[in-house]
Every structure is written in structure tokens, then in C-alpha cells.
Design a protein around this ligand. Sequence first.
Ligand SMILES: Nc1nc2c(ncn2[C@@H]2O[C@H](COP(=O)(O)OP(=O)(O)OP(=O)(O)O)[C@@H](O)[C@H]2O)c(=O)[nH]1
Length: 204
Amino acid sequence: MNDVKLAVLGGPGTGKSALTVRFLTKRFIGEYASNFESIYNKHLCLEGKQLNLEIYDPCSQPQKARFSLTSELHWADGFVIVYDISDRSSFAFAKALIYRIREPQTSHCKRAMESAVLLVGNKQDLCHVREVGWEEGQKLALDNRCQFCELSAAEQSLEVEMMFIRVIKGILTNSKLKEKRRSSGSKSMAKLINNVFGKRRKSV
Ligand SMILES: Nc1nc2c(ncn2[C@@H]2O[C@H](COP(=O)(O)OP(=O)(O)OP(=O)(O)O)[C@@H](O)[C@H]2O)c(=O)[nH]1
């Protein structure tokens, strides 16, 4: 069983819990307790693999949060970064999070491979009071090697499910690439050792 760890991050009230709960239960509840953080577990089968998915939904009150962003960056294999299309400040928050995830120091200290990141503009049902354009979200994602979508946790159950599946597939692709690099790395190291010592032995 493969473990997949996903952190859902974003500004306060952007719909992190709504998206997570929608994915896990297919329901939209409307109001969620925001004074505690949760790690949810879900078993799923994807691309023929059994996965043990853990989703971290943080607490908006920093003093009550167990994780700091640094520990989330170490913990997670991938991120869903949420902003609210009707709230420009939440887009600025999402941007700052993406920069933090992508900064070279962070990717060094975390894993060799880049994390899968999906930027999501939530509350698309509020497009009549939109403050962030679709193109802006798309550009931020493209510039920072993220996937992107806009949706509504309130109205689109299937789209929410597809969004989570997309980022999980991204995580699986990254881990496959990592495996490939590791095995080709050890093969080429073996080849190198063989070449050096093999040649030496011949010349003695
Ligand atoms: N119109 C609309 N409202 C939404 C949508 N998703 C969430 N909300 C509402 O936005 C508010 C915040 O949702 P939450 O899921 O609690 O957001 P959160 O990011 O987890 O909030 P904190 O944990 O407090 O940061 C709630 O009133 C939700 O009902 C959506 O797609 N459309």
C-alpha cells in the first residue's frame, strides 16, 4: 500500500474544509469548525494501486495549529492551494504559499523531486462578484509549474473529485520519476565503479 500525503492550504475562509469534505463525503455542509485542524484518511485505488491517502486540513488560527508551514512542507507529497475567486487577498495569500513551496531552499530540504501542486480558484458560483480573473490563476500556476482549475465546492461534486484525483496522479507520477532516477542513478554508479575498477584490474 502506498502512502500519499496531501496538504490543503490557503487563506482563511477560502473553502479548504468544504473541498476536503466534499471529496471525502460528496456533501457540501456549509459551515465547518475552523478552530481545529484535521488529518483525514481515505483508501482508494488509482492506476491499479492501492493508496492510503492522508489529507491535512489546517486550522486558520495559527496558535492552535500543530503544523508550521515548514513542517507541512516536509510532511506533504503534494499540495492543493486554495483561493477564493471573489477575494483578491486570498489570491495574494495563495501566491505567497506557492512561492514558499517552490523556493529552492525548500525543495532542497524536502525531497529531491518537486512536489505536485494544484492551484484551485474556489467559489466559482460567485463569479458575479469575481475579483480574480481565470487568466490570473492560470498564469500563476503556469509560471510556477502547478496545475490549475476553478470550481465550486458548493455546487460541483464531480469537479472537486476530479481535482483531487489530478493532484494525486501528479504525486504518483513524481514518485515514479523519483524511483526511475534512483534506479538509473544506482545503475550508472555501478557502471562507473565497474569501468574504473574493471579497467584498473586489466592494466595491472
Ligand atoms: N458560495 C460558496 N461558498 C463556499 C464555497 N466553498 C466554501 N464556501 C463557504 O465559505 C465559508 C468558508 O468555508 P470553509 O470550508 O470553512 O473554509 P476554510 O478555508 O476551511 O476556512 P478556515 O478553516 O476558517 O480557514 C463557509 O461559509 C462555506 O460555506 C463555494 O464553493 N461557494
